[in-house]
Ligand binder design. Sequence first.
Ligand code: 13P
Ligand code: SF4
Length: 319
Amino acid sequence: MFIEIRDYVQEFPGQTPADARPALAAAVQELKRRRRAIILAHNYQLPETQDVADFLGDSLELSRKAAATDAEVIVFCGVHFMAETAKILSPERLVLLPDINAGCPMADMITPDLLRRFRAPYPGLPVVAYVNTSAEVKAEVDICCTSANAVKVINSLDADRLLFIPDRYLAHYVQRHTDKEIIGYRGFCPTHALFTADMVLEAKAAHPEAVAICHPECPPEVVDVADIVASTSGMVKAAAERSESEFILATEWGLGYRLAKENPGKRFYVFPEAACPNMKRITLEKIVASLADNVSEIQLPSDVLVRARQAVERMIAIA
Ligand code: 13P
Ligand code: SF4
């Protein structure tokens, strides 16, 4: 069932009670100044985390920011593979993930061993990895991509066939926009896979003027009924630039909080069941503990870091 984000935002369990937030937010600011830290947060983070972030973005924007910062400490409010990508691009910085158990089930669907088995029947084919993969897996592939640049990265390859890991739906979406043959792994995002065309059509029937936007991690039947398919940064752009004043968001609901804040005259409808429990693990209290006690430092073996970095940097050079 869809709901306007403004009517939903206080209901999500696990948030810091409103009266406790100001003191914790002040503690975050004080520790951040003392540690010369920057807080990078993904668009799906809890509202309380978005409110203390120095920078909010999608996977690609956050990687770029991590590579460019001169802060001594990066507190990464997102999931494990994103914090690893920050470490890959800023190896000399201390990168902290406030909850080490904030993982990505889609990223966990592929390991170096499963990748070896997947690619065995296709010797010589390049492997493109969605950034939603571990550093160990990135170290084994030719190039990375995010949902914002997947089509561009794949079209840049000097090959007619390629392997794509781990998201079957992103692979399917890119296949619609390239002449190359994509052989996709069968992973998926449990949060986006639950969307159906009926969910979006029902919201559209109730709000016929609204623009329906879906993330390319959604199944093809959802892509078919969406007006726009975009990464979370693409959704931020569309919400700001489109003349329409209502938007249906077929993605994780946290993005709706940012969009409503940045576009006060517009309405955003979200689906509360589309919550990423891992993204929602980060709270103000955990950010304070992270800055106070270095919880939890991301460390990578140097050979993995160097090889993974090549795949990420190839992507950045193209995108
Ligand atoms: P974006 O890069 O579009 O922010 O997506 C990341 C992600 O994990 C989506 O589920
Ligand atoms: Fe992973 Fe899906 Fe959560 Fe994104 S929303 S971090 S792909 S589980």
